[in-house]
Design a protein around this ligand. Structure first.
Ligand code: SAM
Ligand code: SF4
Length: 342
């Protein structure tokens, strides 16, 4: 008689420190239509196309992770919405939302292409997106992003809201650059109904260490300034990532702080990152990685892929070594954020 019992679901991905891996961040391109000063140099050399995972390979890989228990997929880059054909990838991932295997499909974007994409993203099952916006001043925006236009991003954000997407603004805290806009940004987000998260600048890419230290604005200080004006209540909510949240009583807003340098957030880490070339980084702050592109393009099929993913997760380290202490940048990473996916 044929055995009709359903095959048992595969064992979930658990790392050596008993952390279940339920969150995959995927960089789908290293290219971008902006050149933010803390992320890229002005003249970037991008990867040849053959190095990138194709959209089909991205589908296979993401689907393999979903099959192994990943519940949340965040697409990033580079700028994900400048990747040709990316919408078909989102539409393909929608099947995992439909089946219930995936709880959330989301995106981190600079917002430049949102006016064009927002309705289709919502139709593919996306509910929330993160938009990076460090300033509401057009001239400053042009300085920070080098190639960006504020008006285009604001239009994109409006289109996202009109399509029913929730928007979280990510603002990198930059000393002497957007310090004076702290309250203006909080109040704009409150008025517009956006959540807001502040990010400490991290030692990525090839910016000079001096520039980086000069720009570093501790979120401890930023938070103290907020507390001077508003009543903040710590929220217990954790996402398994580096963010900590507070509620501002006066506006009802939720505010996040991503502080990789002032707090160690590794103990609850539930995530891994896939680069646009198919390298899996088990930790944003360590160089160890697994080449999944070779496996995808090899003869072993999905079984080899699953084995490679499991072997990689078994090497996930306990934590990272970023440290701005003693006025030197420890744990500096040589690769760009746009390659690993911020
Ligand atoms: N292009 C998209 C965007 O800007 O949202 C997605 C990729 S970008 C690398 C993802 C996030 O990383 C952005 O919020 C950006 O501000 C942040 N980021 C880039 N370089 C950073 C750095 N050196 N330190 C902290 N955050 C950084
Ligand atoms: Fe592009 Fe995002 Fe990097 Fe800015 S932060 S250069 S928008 S990838």
């Amino acid at each position: 008689m044929q055995d009709t019992a359903p095959s048992p679901s595969p064992a979930p991905l658990i790392d050596p420190f008993a952390r279940p891996i339920s969150y995959l961040r995927v960089s789908v391109t290293d290219r971008c239509d902006f050149r933010c000063v803390y992320c890229m140099s002005e003249h970037m050399t991008f990867l040849p196309k053959a190095e990138l995972l194709t959209l089909e390979e991205l589908d296979r890989l993401c689907s393999a992770f979903v099959g192994l228990g990943v519940r949340k997929l965040r697409i990033t880059g580079g700028e994900p919405l400048v990747r040709r054909g990316i919408l078909t990838f989102f539409q393909a991932m929608a099947r995992h939302l439909g089946s219930g295997a995936l709880a959330e499909l989301t995106l981190t974007t600079n917002g430049s292409q949102l006016a064009r994409f927002a309705p289709d993203l919502a139709a593919a099952g996306m509910r929330r997106i993160n938009v990076s916006l460090d300033t509401l001043d057009a001239a400053k925006f042009a300085e920070i992003t080098r190639w960006g236009r504020l008006a285009q991003v604001l239009e994109g954000i409006a289109a996202a809201r009109a399509a029913g997407l929730r928007v979280k603004i990510n603002m990198v805290a930059l000393k002497g650059v957007n310090e004076d806009e702290l309250f203006a940004m909080v109040e704009w987000c409150a008025r517009e109904g956006h959540d807001l998260t502040f990010i400490e600048v991290m030692p990525m890419g090839d910016m000079g260490a001096e520039d980086r230290l000069a720009q570093y604005w501790s979120l401890v200080d930023l938070r103290a300034r907020l507390a001077g004006r508003y009543s903040l209540t710590d929220l217990a909510e954790r996402t398994g990532g580096p963010a900590r949240y507070v509620r501002i009583a006066e506006t009802g807003q939720k505010i996040g702080f991503i502080t990789p340098l002032t707090h160690n957030f590794c103990e609850s880490c539930n995530r891994v990152r896939l680069t646009c070339t198919g390298e899996l980084f088990m930790c944003l702050g360590q160089e160890d990685r697994a080449d999944l592109r070779g496996v995808l393009r090899g003869p072993g099929g999905e079984a080899a892929l699953e084995a490679a993913i499991r072997a990689a997760i078994a090497r996930k380290p306990k934590g990272h070594d970023f440290d701005y202490g003693r006025q030197a940048i420890g744990g500096q990473m040589s690769r760009h954020m746009s390659h690993t996916g911020g």
